[in-house]
Design a protein around this ligand. Structure first.
Ligand SMILES: [Zn+2]
Length: 354
């Protein structure tokens, strides 16, 4: 009898907080004059929260169809959705930036972008740019971190030992002696720890590392076979012909700080060329994989002929923004209120910047 009023009160608090945040979001969308670039990754057809599915951890950076739909309605109502080319053309030529502009960007090119995001964006006539890795598309492979997730999802081991990894030459500093892998949450946490550490490995050794990891986890079959699917050329071409733009995200998504200058030039130049050849149009945009860049990477991206490049840093677009180090607002949560909060917080944080 005591619990019910408490529960009602807690529910009411959640609802009031969410509505307040959505109200603030609406206000922010209406009042922020500077252009905003929104950054998305995966999209899920599921209308529930992203964390409800059994393979939730693959969707850590995802937005559900219901929330994307709600965001699209607000964006169409309160902002001026434009393409990245139009936005960055103004920036590069010193023209005044289009007021209340918003540009949507989707990194990585997962198949759910085609299946879920494309129909919603088309319905609301919102252009977006999808940054893809042609080297992975051509080799029909997924991302290496999805292969790691796949290994942890499939393993029947209840724990792995740091010494087992070390026996395969995988020595991670600061790794706890035993990583439990019994529950979904434990597998997720173990996979994420291994991924964070693998990001610091030389890019060319990651595939070998995954094969060894599959051995340690006693996973049969190739991990690459069950990694999350990416869009193929037919999907990308259909989107390009349906009002969407395509940008480059390198050939194979290496960490730029972990490859040689020669490899870096190849990754950047080959990706743009392959996309231009496949789509028969200019590819102007680039996104640094995992937001990892340095001064030389910026130069290589510029020299390869791109008009602009996006980082993973948070912020709005200013007349003084470097077109090759553009900031975005990360819309990563399955929760609408949290996505709203991200825009409001970014605005507050950068309201004074000039
Ligand atoms: Zn990426």
């Amino acid at each position: 009898m005591v619990v019910a009023p408490r529960l009602r009160k807690a529910t009411k608090n959640v609802v009031v907080t969410s509505l307040w945040l959505i109200g603030r979001y609406r206000k922010a969308l209406r009042e922020i004059r500077q252009p905003i670039i929104l950054k998305y990754h995966r999209t899920s057809a599921s209308n529930g929260g992203m964390m409800s599915s059994s393979d939730s951890f693959e969707f850590e950076r995802g937005v559900s169809a219901r929330h994307l739909e709600a965001q699209a309605r607000l964006i169409a109502r309160y902002r001026r959705p434009i393409g990245m080319d139009e936005l960055t053309d103004a920036l590069r030529s010193g023209k005044s930036l289009p007021e209340k502009a918003v540009a949507l960007t989707f990194d990585d090119g997962y198949i759910d972008n085609y299946e879920v995001a494309f129909p919603i964006l088309r319905q609301h006539m919102i252009p977006a740019t999808f940054y893809v890795c042609p080297g992975l598309i051509d080799s029909n492979r997924g991302f290496w971190w999805d292969e790691i997730y796949s290994c942890f999802r499939k393993t029947e081991k209840v724990a792995i030992n740091a010494s087992e990894l070390a026996a395969h030459g995988m020595i991670f500093q600061n790794l706890k002696e035993v990583l439990p892998t019994r529950t979904v949450a434990e597998r997720e946490s173990a996979a994420q720890r291994v991924i964070v550490m693998a990001k610091r490995m030389p890019a060319h050794s990651i595939r070998k590392f995954i094969a060894d990891l599959a051995d340690v986890l006693q996973v049969s079959g190739k991990p690459s076979c069950s990694a999350a699917r990416l869009m193929g050329w037919s999907h990308i071409k259909e989107m390009a012909n349906g009002g969407m733009d395509i940008g480059s995200h390198t050939m194979t998504h290496p960490m730029m700080s972990q490859i040689s200058e020669r490899e870096l030039r190849q990754e950047v130049q080959d990706s743009r060329k392959r996309l231009q050849d496949a789509l028969g149009r200019a590819i102007n945009g680039f996104v640094y994989p995992s937001g990892d860049y340095h001064a030389m990477a910026r130069e290589v991206v510029k020299e390869a002929g791109h008009w602009y490049a996006c980082t993973s840093e948070s912020g709005l677009v200013r007349p003084t923004s470097d077109p090759y180090l553009l900031r975005r607002v990360n819309i990563s949560d399955g929760n609408m209120a949290l996505s709203c909060r991200e825009i409001v917080l970014t605005y507050n944080r950068h309201a004074q910047d000039r």
